[in-house]
Design a protein around this ligand. Structure first.
Ligand code: HSE
Length: 299
């Protein structure tokens, strides 16, 4: 049996730790029961992801079985990765979601979406990639203040008019490192700046007021600090807007840059690759759409 789990971009400018969007780029997990734990990884990250019991998918599967009170029967997994690792495209979230769904499926157990998310948040403290990886679409997530594993979320359909360009440089940014550069306190003016824009982004997407997106993805909480780790972001942003992009933002904690656009998607991607080439950084781009379905078993 094969599980398909989408990539996701997150934050989308002002929605730090809140917004997520599932993308038409996937990791797949072929699973069968076996005599021993075994995982083969192909594609993105195949040369560096662990294939022992410390592998994130296997760790999640085993822990999920324990939490569900069932035996963690050995499995063989063939993982085919389309999602670049460590680039802010939710690769880890796919392994976590897949590990939990596998534990449920092999034991014929059913949990509600909220219960699955509660298990998933044992492995990841931010919900913004986990939620879209599981349910698809454009998601807004809020963690409970008392129970950090309880997430309240909304899913909205992403407008089909917008193409999503992801510009992926060949260097990784670890989320943990990218969080260390953020200040622990923000001032009221900056908090208000982000609240205004986060609310604006949701309504602009719902009402298809795409000219507002450029303002709606401005942010004072993380991008100004992270752009120091992500050379090229500011220059790319400026040029992409000149070329007609609707929104430019750091995908998750980077290193990918996300773009929403109604025109010139290819040109914008090519410009980004050329820009990085001049900086002697290999890069590539993909033009994607929103995945509205989320994680699913192949039919
Ligand atoms: N929202 C997280 C961050 C990344 O920006 O640090 C995804 O978990």
């Amino acid at each position: 049996m094969q599980l398909i789990v989408p990539a996701s971009t997150s934050n989308l400018g002002a929605g730090f730790d809140t917004f997520g969007l599932a993308l038409t780029l996937y990791n797949t997990f072929e699973i069968e029961e076996s005599d021993a734990f075994e995982i083969e990884i192909y594609g993105e990250g195949a040369d560096k992801l662990p294939t022992g019991i410390d592998n994130l998918f296997l760790r999640t599967y085993i822990r999920a079985c324990q939490e569900l009170g069932v035996e963690d029967r050995p499995i063989k997994v063939v993982q085919k990765n389309g999602i670049p690792v460590g680039r802010g495209l939710g690769s880890s979230a796919t392994a976590i979601v897949a590990g939990i769904l596998t534990a449920l499926e092999l034991n014929d157990l059913k949990l509600s979406t909220d219960e699955i998310l509660e298990l998933a948040l044992m492995f990841e403290s931010h919900p913004d990639n986990i939620v879209p990886a599981l349910v698809g679409g454009f998601t807004i997530s809020a963690l409970d203040e008392v129970n950090p594993r309880k997430v309240y979320f909304q899913k909205l359909e992403f407008p089909k008019e917008l193409q999503i360009v992801v510009l992926i440089p060949e260097f990784e940014i670890l989320t943990e490192e990218a969080r260390k550069v953020l200040p622990s306190m923000v001032n009221l003016k900056d908090a208000v700046f982000n609240i205004q824009r986060a609310a604006l982004l949701v309504s602009a997407l719902v009402n298809k007021e795409f000219d507002l997106l450029r303002v709606a993805v401005e942010d004072k909480l993380h991008q100004p600090f992270r752009s120091k780790l992500l050379h090229g972001f500011e220059a790319f942003k400026e040029e992409a807007y000149q070329m007609g992009a609707d929104a430019v933002f750091i995908s998750g904690s980077g290193s990918t840059i996300g773009v929403f656009t109604r025109k010139n998607a290819d040109e914008i991607g090519k410009f980004g690759v050329e820009m990085y080439k001049k900086m002697k950084i290999p890069a590539r781009y993909m033009i994607l759409e929103a995945d509205e379905e989320g994680a699913r078993w192949a039919k």
